[in-house]
Design a protein around this ligand. Structure first.
Ligand code: MG
Length: 437
């Protein structure tokens, strides 16, 4: 029988229906309503309230197919407001960072916290509840907390916490006896496992591996030969042995956001050095973006000082920059990232970490022409393709961009194609919420 070891405790905190929840914080009339948030150009549904899910509206559905629910069920809809979501995300991550010295931001609404050696197994549940309550109290955002001995099991724990109201949003593997752990693993389809995409799912099912328990009981070495080292790691992680470190850079397929960040070997004070770091993270993230044939609509940049150097001035900040048109061109992404970095950079501080997040990712094929942006997209794609090919042939960073001296040009006129967007409640003085009494 499978018994999960419990030396490590890794928590995954994940916002529930994150974009919808951000909107509801500032517009409580939307609470209890079926509500959907649309992708850029108001094309597809990217976030749904529970009430919208209950209508049977699937994730990613083109909006025109759901429009009849406006009449029949009072469906509410909004264009996506990534400035708001990015800022709420930064605030949420800031609050969560207080709960562990080791935080890894995984996506706009998810982060891992390493809670190992911080408390007994039983205390984990109440700690998880405190985390959840704090985010609710400070930000009004609903979350779920999953805790497990590996990241993969923490992800699954979060899934269980979300789907099973009896746990009140917090689930920890280590609080269950072995037979109950197995019972849960047997009840979850293997497709729910982190990193198991549709194609792998099909191959697994052919092998008779249908549930998470089936996969956890597989032989990692056999799975490595049959699939890849990534799959072998997943199996080992499901057996409760942590092999994905709380690392700075994560690499999993089919991501909604691509994050690239790193702690600096030495603290950095100059803007130029931060720019160099940010430019190299963008290059790496953009290469991943192009490898999956996608483009992104938003670039976020974050910086922070060293939280362990308590005698130094502490600072952390994040900013999200919308692009006038979605792109995967490293040069345009760097330009936007520098624009953001200049706004959050404060001189005189010692920075320990910086990173970038590419979000609102869509297939490059869906990209819409923008009459007002004179960018030769074909040429841009060719330049980037050549760069990727050379780097593939001769090794990473053979050809990269001279990001450091780049000047910032006309990146100010963000033209948003979103005709039903909420205000930037938290980032613009002229759009701050009004209270009438
Ligand atoms: Mg979420």
């Amino acid at each position: 029988m499978l018994a999960l070891p419990s030396e490590r405790a890794i928590a995954l905190i994940d916002g529930n229906n994150f974009y919808v929840s951000c909107e509801r914080v500032f517009n409580p009339k939307l609470i209890g309503q079926p509500l959907v948030i649309l992708s850029n150009n108001d094309g597809c549904i990217v976030s749904r309230s529970q009430e919208a899910r209950d209508l049977g509206i699937p994730m990613g559905m083109p909006f025109f197919k759901a429009k009849h629910f406006i009449q029949s069920h009072g469906l509410q809809w909004l264009s996506s407001n990534y400035t708001l979501y990015g800022d709420m995300s930064a605030r949420m991550m800031h609050v969560l960072a207080e709960f562990s010295p080791d935080q890894e931001i995984y996506s706009i609404d998810e982060c891992f916290l390493d809670l190992s050696h911080m408390m007994t197994n039983q205390a984990l549940i109440s700690y998880g509840k405190t985390i959840k309550e704090r985010i609710d109290q400070y930000l009004g955002l609903p979350t779920c907390v999953g805790i497990g001995p590996s990241k993969t099991l923490a992800k699954l724990a979060n899934h269980i916490a979300k789907k099973n109201p009896q746990f009140e949003g917090v689930f920890a593997w280590s609080t269950l006896p072995a037979h109950e752990q197995l019972h849960w693993l047997q009840r979850i389809a293997v497709g729910e496992v982190w990193g198991v995409g549709r194609r792998i799912n099909a191959s697994l099912e052919q092998m008779g591996i249908n549930t998470v328990a089936d996969l956890a009981q597989a032989n990692p070495e056999m799975m490595r030969r049959r699939f890849s080292v990534v799959m072998a790691r997943t199996v080992t992680e499901l057996q409760g042995i942590s092999c994905l470190a709380m690392s700075d850079i994560e690499d999993t397929p089919d991501k909604q956001q691509i994050i690239s960040s790193k702690s600096f070997g030495q603290e950095v004070t100059h803007l130029q050095h931060l720019q160099e770091a940010v430019a190299s993270y963008i290059c790496r993230a953009a290469e991943k973006l192009r490898a999956q044939n996608s483009v992104c609509q938003y670039v976020s940049v974050f910086v922070r000082t060293n939280p362990f150097a308590q005698n130094q001035t502490q600072y952390r900040n994040q900013i999200t920059i919308p692009l006038s048109i979605a792109t995967s061109d490293s040069r345009r992404l760097i330009k936007a990232a520098f624009f953001g970095l200049e706004r959050i950079y404060q001189p005189g501080l010692r920075y320990k970490k910086a990173g970038v997040i590419l979000s609102d990712i869509s297939p490059a094929a869906q990209q819409q022409e923008d009459l007002f942006t004179k960018i030769d997209q074909k040429k841009s794609a060719q330049v980037m393709q050549t760069m990727d090919q050379l780097n593939h042939l001769y090794g990473a960073n053979t050809l990269t961009l001279a990001g450091t001296g780049a000047t910032l040009g006309n990146v100010r006129n963000w033209r948003m194609r979103a005709n039903h967007k909420s205000q930037c409640f938290t980032t613009r003085w002229d759009e701050i919420p009004l209270v009438r009494s």
